[in-house]
Design a protein around this ligand. Sequence first.
Ligand SMILES: N[C@@H](CCC(=O)N[C@@H](CS)C(=O)NCC(=O)O)C(=O)O
Length: 199
Amino acid sequence: MRLFFNQTSPYARKVRIAIHELGLRDAVEFIEVDPWREPHDLTEVNPLSKVPALVLADGSVVTESDTIIQALHSLTAGLQPIPDHEPERRLSLARVALCQGLIDASFICVVEARRPPELRWADWITRQERVIARTLSSIEARFALDDRRFDIGDIGLASGLGYLDFRNAHLSWRSGRPRLAEWFERAELRPSMIATRPC
Ligand SMILES: N[C@@H](CCC(=O)N[C@@H](CS)C(=O)NCC(=O)O)C(=O)O
């Protein structure tokens, strides 16, 4: 298998964490690319020029971080990351979507801030910062943060919080969210998190 990724991408980090957690590191060739430059190697695999993108042994391509994680689970014949019975399935999908939304809002802030100053839309950034604050507070209040599990939703959350530290540290996300801060302190000690830290 080949994984197209970028060191700083929070979406690619989710997949890299899952690869570590599933013990698949030796089965994957990691290819680092800059998707913004639309390199041929990447675009011939993923015309969207986005990472992560996974090429399976039979040549088929899987994109979208959560879809890739589900495909990797199928390969290991282990427990599926999304339960197939209700209400667990619905709850799991909701958690995955919320954490993906958290990453999306952080990523929008970063991309917006990279525009030439005259093209930046400050209100759009502050709106995303409100999204981030509300989402984190909702997770703090409602998520069961269970250390016995590190599933697809937890991977999304851990990657999202790591990305906030990396790119949006000025938001001081830990402030007023002690449960989340403690959970992340423990999550960061996992070998999969250490090995994939953005730099
Ligand atoms: N929803 C996608 C998002 C992937 C994505 O936007 N990746 C960024 C890197 S962080 C990218 O490749 N951007 C390049 C571009 O949009 O041209 C996922 O979860 O995999």
